[in-house]
Design a protein around this ligand. Structure first.
Ligand SMILES: Cc1ncc(COP(=O)(O)O)c(C=O)c1O
Length: 416
């Protein structure tokens, strides 16, 4: 590896791994082919400008276009003018503004939980909530594809960790049975609702039954479900009519809600516990006034008829893209029985990481900006292009992008 990597004073296997990754990163970067850390210079939803080229964005998590919605942007600007750019304080001290409290009340009422608590990011929400609720005398049972922030929270909590195969409800029941003889202070099952890379959804009804039978608590990460599913955009738990059966509901303010932050909604007892002991909540500056006001405005839209219309357009585009790609022998994931009948996340399996990087470049040059995912975001040796739909794409955008995807990816696909 390069001599200039000597500056990294690392030792052992970690050093080797980090050096290899940095070496690869610098190689791709020096040839202008690195598909990560791409600089976006302008946003004109659903298009972005990258390297002076206008590209249609197929990688946004702003599923219903709220990150650039005029009312959301205006709310953010107004709050920034009124309260300043930041709070400069933890929620515990001088960082709780009326905007945080109002958003928490709004979220709790919307999702039907007693209380809600807003964090500065969704990542901090998972890490802090799990660390606050669990300790080394507890058991965490985690879906094998649950988000990294869930896994990091479990690690930080020092709880005993057990995993079950992705979406395997029987596997979950078996894990819980195998621990039935051990007395834990708390047993917490942790799943995502809509899996961000796979586009699959958790079999919530089965998981809820299993948790109830085993006396386990259930925490569902709705980062990608909120705003996308449900009659008022309350997520997959709302769509499936099981919101009341989930003990702890986590959401992000940074995907469909379009801004930045995260929240947890639960009973008053759980929220008090989290509020007092989540380290990522207590020891970090609270979310900016602009972020809080933007999220409040976005939630209002999500719950309104306009939100429903946007969700309908998202569904139309998602179905259209999947239909357009289906005859082209593209290896779409999401074939398991728990996949929803539609999902905005349409992952395409590619052959290897090199071909993923190269085909990503071809697509960008052709005017399509899509998200590549390699290990550790997905399993090792199973890279994907994560095609993601939004309500703001026209039918024409969807169909012409599908054509380009089929044309530019044909040499890099694995068999369907
Ligand atoms: C399933 C899931 N949970 C949590 C997070 C973290 O949320 P945020 O991006 O708001 O920090 C993400 C973000 O990628 C996610 O995909």
């Amino acid at each position: 590896m390069d001599d200039d990597l000597q500056e990294f004073a690392l030792t052992g296997d970690i050093a080797q791994d980090v050096r290899q990754r940095i070496g690869l990163l610098r190689h791709f970067d020096s040839t202008g082919q690195l598909p990560f850390f791409q600089q976006i210079d302008a946003v004109d939803t659903p298009f972005v400008e990258v390297h002076g080229r206008k590209c249609v964005l197929l990688g946004s998590n702003s599923y219903i276009g709220l990150s650039t919605h005029p009312d959301v942007v205006a709310a953010s600007v107004e709050a920034t003018n009124e309260f300043g750019a930041g709070t400069t304080g933890s929620r515990l001290l001088n960082g709780t503004y009326s905007l945080h409290v109002a958003l928490e009340l709004q979220i709790a009422a919307w999702l039907g939980h007693e209380q809600a608590l807003v964090f500065t990011t969704g990542y901090q929400t998972n890490v802090g909530t799990i660390q606050a609720l669990l300790s080394d005398d507890c058991l965490a049972v985690v879906d094998s594809l649950a988000h990294a922030s869930i896994r990091d929270g479990v690690r930080l909590s020092q709880a005993v960790e057990a995993r079950f195969e992705h979406n395997d409800a029987e596997g979950l029941a078996a894990v819980l049975r195998s621990h039935a003889g051990t007395r834990y202070r708390r047993v917490l099952v942790l799943v995502d609702s809509l899996y961000s890379m796979e586009g699959s959804t958790a079999p919530l009804e089965q998981i809820i039954d299993i948790c109830k039978n085993a006396g386990a608590l259930l925490m569902v990460d709705e980062a990608h479900g909120i705003g996308v599913f449900g009659s008022t955009g309350g997520g997959l738990t709302q769509r499936n009519g099981v919101a009341k059966d989930v003990d702890i509901l986590m959401g992000s303010l940074s995907k469909a809600i379009g801004g930045l932050g995260g929240f947890v909604a639960a009973s008053r007892d759980f929220i008090d516990e989290i509020r007092l002991s989540a380290r990522s909540f207590v020891f970090s500056t609270s979310a900016t006034p602009g972020a809080m006001a933007a999220a409040s405005a976005a939630v209002e839209i999500i719950r309104s008829d306009e939100g429903s219309d946007r969700r309908s357009r998202l569904e139309r585009n998602s179905r259209l893209m999947r239909e357009a790609l289906a005859p082209l022998d593209v290896a779409l994931l999401q074939s398991d029985e728990h996949s929803p009948d539609w999902s905005p996340i349409i992952p395409i399996r590619l052959f290897d990481e090199l071909r993923t990087a190269l085909s990503w470049n071809q697509l960008r040059d052709a005017g399509v900006f899509v998200t590549p995912a390699i290990y550790p975001a997905v399993s090792i040796g199973k890279p994907i292009l994560r095609v993601c739909m939004t309500s703001e794409l026209s039918e024409d955008d969807v169909l012409s992008s599908a054509e380009l995807l089929a044309k530019e990816l044909s040499w890099a696909l694995v068999d369907a």
